[in-house]
Write a new protein. Structure first.
Length: 207
């Protein structure tokens, strides 16, 4: 799957000779609206995963100025391990697995600031409903989570500025996490309430 994503990036970047060119503040013809998602939805195609994410995302944004962008991000995904486990031997280790899984439904407000050419920083604040389910797939209870994402990335313009691709890296943080079942909470408490160096790969269409 990683090879497929890398190949797709290469194809998109080479699709237009102006992929790396960026509009400046003097230009008044930049596209103000966009819709998009994340290329990590392709992970849903891997049916051999021990922890299928069932990940879906939709973004709608508005470019206020050439440097300032606001958007709404709706997403849902499923996970069966604490989010704070860093990359390493404990990441998705059997002994760290929840006695079930969590399905998240969230809507985030996003502010994106262009710093230099296509380089940008962004903050995502997502209010999320957490649906806890047992190993029998039966619902246990609901909870609430405030999920923050702090992102650094680069915006590549493609196909005459109609499409874009945004590889990035992020820190995620969930300062509020309420009504967590005791068996889930016991595993969560072994790990921090943040995750470093989460990759991102957004794409979209401007209009």
């Amino acid at each position: 799957m990683q090879k497929q994503i890398v190949l797709l990036i290469i194809v998109l970047v080479l699709a237009d000779s102006s992929a790396y060119s960026q509009k400046t503040e003097r230009e008044s013809t930049y596209k103000k609206y966009f819709v998009g998602s994340s290329l990590f939805i392709l992970a849903n195609l891997n049916t051999n995963q021990a922890n299928p994410p069932d990940f879906f995302q939709l973004n709608f944004g508005y470019r206020i100025t050439p440097k300032d962008v606001v958007s709404i991000e709706a997403k849902t995904w499923k996970y069966a391990w604490p989010l704070g486990i860093p990359y390493g031997k404990s990441f998705e280790a059997p002994e760290e697995k929840y006695p079930g899984y969590i399905r998240t439904f969230g809507v985030a407000l996003v502010y994106q600031r262009f710093l230099w050419k296509g380089a940008y920083a962004a903050v995502h604040a997502m209010n999320a409903l957490q649906k806890y389910a047992g190993e029998d797939n039966k619902k246990i209870q609901n909870g609430y989570q405030l999920f923050m994402t702090y992102r650094l990335g680069y915006h590549f313009q493609l196909l005459k500025n109609r499409f874009f691709l945004e590889p990035s890296v992020a820190m995620t943080h969930w300062p509020i996490n309420t009504n967590v079942p005791e068996t889930f909470d016991k595993l969560d408490n072994k790990w921090p309430n943040y995750f470093l160096f989460e990759p991102g790969l957004h794409f979209g269409y401007k209009f």
